[in-house]
Design a protein around this ligand. Structure first.
Ligand SMILES: NC(=O)CC[C@H](N)C(=O)O
Length: 200
């Protein structure tokens, strides 16, 4: 079977790092700015960035409803940081009127880690991996609550936020609070690529 095409939402956010990570895993990775580009995708990454800006731009560029529709139809999607916010059905501390795409039955708290530990890194256990993942958090959200169909893939191992959920999966949707595209360990993207291959 030919390799899948995985898009990276590219109206705002750290697009390039995701394209590099996906290409290193042997998939065709394309930047998605228009509905026709979305049509070509078997799966989509929603990168980190600024979630309110991303949602506004998606609406302006007429990508918001097509994205919602594809997610409803079962397209695999992977949100990192701001992308996790976009995939959440419910937000805490969202901006007034902030829209999401939804799909994941989770409540996400935006900018959850607060000013003290605004941005930080640490190793955490990730479901199914032998060795921990080095996770980079940048003004990150956490998952405040999960619905019954949602698996927790990783939690914060220590410190003031110990036990907070920072990676989840529900069916063909995945999200992490942290930035797995930073650095050269692409195992988390690998998990998503497997999901896209299975969904095809
Ligand atoms: N690194 C990130 O993606 C930060 C997310 C950002 N704080 C937001 O609310 O959209």
């Amino acid at each position: 079977m030919p390799s899948p095409t995985i898009g990276v939402f590219a109206l705002q956010g750290d697009v390039r790092e995701h394209l590099v990570a996906l290409r290193s895993l042997g998939v065709d990775a394309i930047a998605v700015r228009r509905p026709v580009e979305l049509d070509a995708c078997d799966g989509l990454v929603l990168p980190g960035g600024e979630s309110t800006t991303m949602a506004k731009l998606a609406r302006t560029f007429e990508l918001l409803e097509p994205l919602r529709e594809r997610i409803r139809q079962g397209m695999p999607a992977f949100g990192t940081c701001a992308g996790m916010i976009l995939l959440a059905d419910r937000l805490e501390d969202g901006a007034p009127g902030q829209e999401t795409l939804g799909g994941l039955d989770i409540t996400v708290r935006r900018n959850a880690f607060g000013r003290q530990v605004d941005s930080f890194e640490g190793d955490l256990d990730f479901d199914g991996f032998d060795a921990p993942v080095h996770a980079v958090f940048i003004r990150a959200p956490w998952v405040e609550a999960v619905g019954p169909g949602v698996e927790t893939l990783a939690t914060v191992p220590s410190g003031p936020a110990v036990g907070r959920i920072v990676a989840v999966r529900q069916g063909q949707l995945m999200a992490t609070s942290f930035h797995p595209e930073v650095g050269t360990d692409h195992r988390v993207h690998g998990t998503f690529v497997d999901l896209v291959r299975q969904a095809r």
